[in-house]
Design a protein around this ligand. Sequence first.
Ligand code: TA6
Length: 315
Amino acid sequence: MTNIADTMQSLYQRFGDIPGVQIELHRSLLAIRIDNENASATVFLQGAQLSHYERKDEPPIIWCSPLNDYSEGKPLRGGIPVCWPWFGDLDKNPDIVSAKPLAKNAAAHGLARNRLWQLDAVEALNPGQTRMTLSLDLKAEQEQAWPFATHLSLEVTVGEDLRLAFNVRNHSDSTVTFSSALHTYFAVSHITQVSLEGLQGLDYIDCMLDWSHHCQQGALSIDREVDRIYLGTSRVITLQDQGWARSIAVQTEGSDSTVVWNPWNEKARRLSNFPDSAFADMLCIETANADQDCVTLEPGCSHQLAVTITGQALN
Ligand code: TA6
């Protein structure tokens, strides 16, 4: 197990000459910071977790908690956690999810966000766009909860838009099924100033109402704790923010489910690394393969879950 100093030196040797690339150490976690003409972003090797993304001279698009302590093995609160090979509470997943009979007392949102990924490539595509690729190889014999040889990769493209493409390739001899999500925490001017367009008419599972099914009527505004899995969401969802006079388009690939979550005040007080008042500053719109939208892969097959996040001024 190489130590942090060796890893940091190796990353600088490999990527330090690329314009706008910084290698950062936040307490015990290494991160790559990208700055280019259009935007800046930070991605941690732990969990391949993007923590920050903002465009020049604009309020941040991604929210990250100021209470994170950046300790090893503890996912950051905020950013875009990669949730895999199960989304949320494993016991709430469909029985077909391969980890269910294997993982006991499993932590929420799977194992990928707690692992140390490796940085494979950083490319300055042009002065305003930088792409980095991270990967994680899981060996069957090392994973009690997921004993299937699997290659994960995450491609992050930082520019006028932000795009994450999460790829899972099944290198085992078994057919496997997983659920997953790119668990995006969006920054908002104030939770009472925002609404979500593009969900109207969709079926959703309301996790606050015993996982009962409902149909979304019109745009979604948030005035309480919301924890919903929208189904059939292969269209664009738009976050309208009147306070910052902007809209954020969330376009997905390989996903037919989207989770919308805000803890509101009560749950905010119970959450770790989450300021009590921060429910007003964020809204999760999570690009997922959740519940019935879970993914089954034959040996040798792969699946890509991707999201493109585009901000524009409200006209
Ligand atoms: O995606 C919504 C959710 O499952 C919520 O129920 C809440 O638990 C949130 O994820 C945060 O999960 P975490 O494990 O990061 O605290």
